[in-house]
Design a protein around this ligand. Structure first.
Ligand SMILES: Nc1ncnc2c1ncn2[C@@H]1O[C@H](COP(=O)(O)OP(=O)(O)OP(=O)(O)O)[C@@H](O)[C@H]1O
Ligand SMILES: O=C(O)C1=C[C@@H](O)[C@@H](O)[C@H](O)C1
Ligand SMILES: [Mg+2]
Length: 187
């Protein structure tokens, strides 16, 4: 088992993927602190560029332009940087180019969550995630399960059910230690 300091020195980016609301942004911030690495949130970068929240971006320029911007940012950051903790948006891995660059440049950690746990969190995110709006609970559940397929392959998967932010970050660090032992495997 290597220490957090040693892990922080490993030069690959760490990319967090998973369904919206699983905790990529919040857990990513904790992980970055623990490993003393720079944190980048792709949604936040796009919001900063447009000067408005994602919901508003979808309304004013449309999802297609948002997806293009998402791809441009991720391709850029993955090819230009090392050592970073990068939280993607929940739909980013649907784009093959994004998937390929992340898998080839970074350690990709899939944060997964059960439908039961996720459902209890819906009220926290419903207003700020345009993809969830105007959908019935059945439609959201169908999307939750359909999207699971898009998060493979990855380098490691961490189930965050019942974990607080700190614990979740520690589980990720544990999975990174396992990756350090067998660097080229994909799941
Ligand atoms: N482990 C956790 N326990 C309790 N609440 C959590 C946990 N992780 C995240 N949350 C809460 O869930 C909400 C969504 O979290 P967050 O924004 O980090 O998700 P995300 O995966 O980045 O979503 P998106 O794909 O839309 O960017 C936030 O209100 C956050 O505080
Ligand atoms: O899952 C999705 O498609 C999305 C997730 C969010 O992170 C944002 O990127 C946006 O709301 C779209
Ligand atoms: Mg996020």
């Amino acid at each position: 088992m290597i220490s957090n300091e040693e892990l922080a020195q490993k030069d690959k980016n760490i990319v967090l993927i998973g369904f919206m609301g699983v905790g990529k942004t919040t857990i990513g911030q904790h992980l970055a602190k623990k490993l003393d690495r720079e944190f980048i949130d792709i949604d936040a970068q796009i919001e900063q560029k447009y000067g408005m929240p994602v919901t508003q971006i979808f309304k004013s320029v449309g999802e297609k332009e948002f997806r293009q911007m998402e791809k441009d940012y991720i391709l850029n950051v993955c090819s230009d940087s090392k050592f970073k903790i990068i939280s993607l948006g929940g739909g980013a891995f649907l784009q093959e180019e994004i998937k390929n660059i992340c898998l080839s440049t970074s350690n990709v950690i899939y944060l997964n969550i059960s439908w039961e746990t996720w459902k209890r969190r819906l009220h926290l995110i419903i207003d700020s995630r345009p993809i969830l709006q105007n959908k019935s609970m059945d439609e959201i559940e169908a999307l939750f399960y359909t999207r699971q397929n898009s998060y493979s392959p990855n380098h490691a998967s961490v189930n965050i059910d019942g974990l607080g932010f700190e614990e979740a970050a520690d589980h990720i660090i544990h999975s990174l230690n396992l990756i350090a032992d067998r660097p080229d495997e994909l799941y």
